[in-house]
Write a protein that binds this ligand. Structure first.
Ligand code: PMP
Length: 405
């Protein structure tokens, strides 16, 4: 499989426990991933040994935290292959990153009668901020639909684009269907009309290496906690030419150059978009998480997870009367499904009784539920620390639950 599973598993001691008297099987990785020891140690180090606010002090601890924070920015810059460190903004997560763009970009560029395009498979975090922007600016939100197979209906994209289209926002990977969207093609089409593109990378960064320069995307957003880092920290990559002309998102300390009651001038990038005390411990630990996955190799991670996906998909299909939502060949380790007529909440609760953690509900993607006319789904999502043995336990659990109904 290209990397040592036993060694990797030792890095995640949290997985080594029992839930409801069964070995814990954690298949809720698309909601949040577990953190390796190096990340937890970094959080501890910058809580117990070193702590001071960043960018403000001249004393030893303030210098150490500031250096570690800015070093984390460099790690993210290299990770995303961005051109400049000024293009990397620390936020609280994907949600805040998208809100930042929807607020600030739209304030600058969106006017009455303009249009924004999103897709039918977006997470609410990539729908609602744009709806709010449309309401503020009397603009229209247009939606690119997906097929029942779970693939974007690319043939319709050009028909949605008009002279009034100001931005296209699309998930790199769907959190429900697992589909890896053809973002290269979307960006190319959008740019041929001079339309910038925001990519929601929440579900892609843990599974694929990203090169924002090659992609030529204008914005790329992701969350630390989905890539084995802490919660409460995220990234917005933005092209410098755009970030420079966009107004600040939040006002406060650090984002200013000079403040007088007459006029305030703003700091340079990236600080213009980082008002107040940031989650610097989270940023530093995110740097460690990124280095951790880089050391394993994202290509190896993707190949192994794909193996898990295929293994699980084949076994689930063999159960019969099990519907999988999203069957694109370009897919990450996310399987949303329905077993017989068992309600996802019952299924999730019974799986938990057998030690298996999955996600149930509407998965912050109401339009996807509406597409398939279901009220909820069950989702199993895999990470590189999961195994085929765990999938076997999951399949056995599904068989057992089915026999109870
Ligand atoms: N977009 C996608 C595709 C997601 O899966 C998620 C998290 N489920 C988000 C956005 C929001 O991420 P966060 O809650 O970390 O801000």
């Amino acid at each position: 499989m290209g990397f040592n599973f036993q060694d990797i598993r030792k890095d995640f001691p949290i997985l080594d426990q029992r839930v409801n008297k069964h070995p814990w099987v954690y298949f809720d990785n698309a909601a949040t991933a577990q953190r390796p020891k190096v990340v937890l140690e970094k959080i501890r180090e910058f809580s117990v040994i070193t702590n001071a606010n960043i960018h403000r002090g001249t004393h030893d601890h303030a210098i150490r935290t500031t250096e570690a924070y800015e070093n984390a920015r460099d790690i993210v810059k290299e990770f995303l292959h961005a051109e400049a460190r000024e293009e990397i903004i620390f936020t609280h997560g994907t949600t805040e990153s998208i809100n930042l763009v929807a607020r600030s970009f739209c304030e600058k560029f969106l006017t009455t009668g303009d249009e924004i395009i999103v897709t039918e498979m977006e997470h609410h975090a990539n729908i609602v901020p744009w709806q709010m922007a449309c309401e503020r600016h009397q603009a229209t939100l247009k939606v690119l639909p997906f097929s029942d197979k779970g693939e974007l209906r690319m043939e319709l994209l050009e028909t949605l684009i008009t002279k009034r289209t100001k931005i296209i926002a699309v998930a790199h990977v769907s959190n429900t269907l697992g589909t890896v969207n053809p973002i290269e093609e979307i960006i190319q089409i959008a740019h041929s009309h001079n339309i910038p593109v925001l990519i929601d990378g929440a579900q892609s960064v843990p599974h694929a290496s990203i090169d924002v320069q090659k992609l030529d995307c204008d914005f790329y957003a992701f969350s630390g906690h989905k890539i084995y880092g802490p919660t409460g920290i995220g990234i917005l990559y933005g092209k410098r030419s755009l970030l420079e002309v966009m107004p600040p998102f939040l006002g406060g300390g650090e984002m200013i150059d000079q403040v007088t009651f007459k006029k305030t001038t703003y700091n340079e990038l990236p600080h213009k978009f980082e008002a107040g005390t940031p989650h610097y411990v989270g940023a530093i630990a995110l740097g460690s998480a990124i280095q951790y996955v880089q050391n394993i190799g994202l290509d190896k991670i993707a190949a192994y997870e794909h193996q898990l996906l295929n293994y699980a998909t084949n076994q689930m299909k063999a159960l019969g009367d099990l519907q999988i939502f999203g069957e694109s060949p370009a897919k990450t380790g996310v399987i949303c499904f329905k077993l017989d007529q068992i309600h996802p909440f019952d299924l999730g609760t019974l799986l938990d009784q057998l030690g298996i953690a999955v996600r149930t509900g509407r998965l912050c993607a109401d339009p996807v539920m509406d597409h398939y006319q279901v009220t909820a789904m069950t989702r199993a999502s895999f990470a590189f620390y999961n195994s085929e043995e765990e999938i076997d336990l999951f399949i056995k659990a599904l068989q057992r639950i089915r026999s109870m109904f």
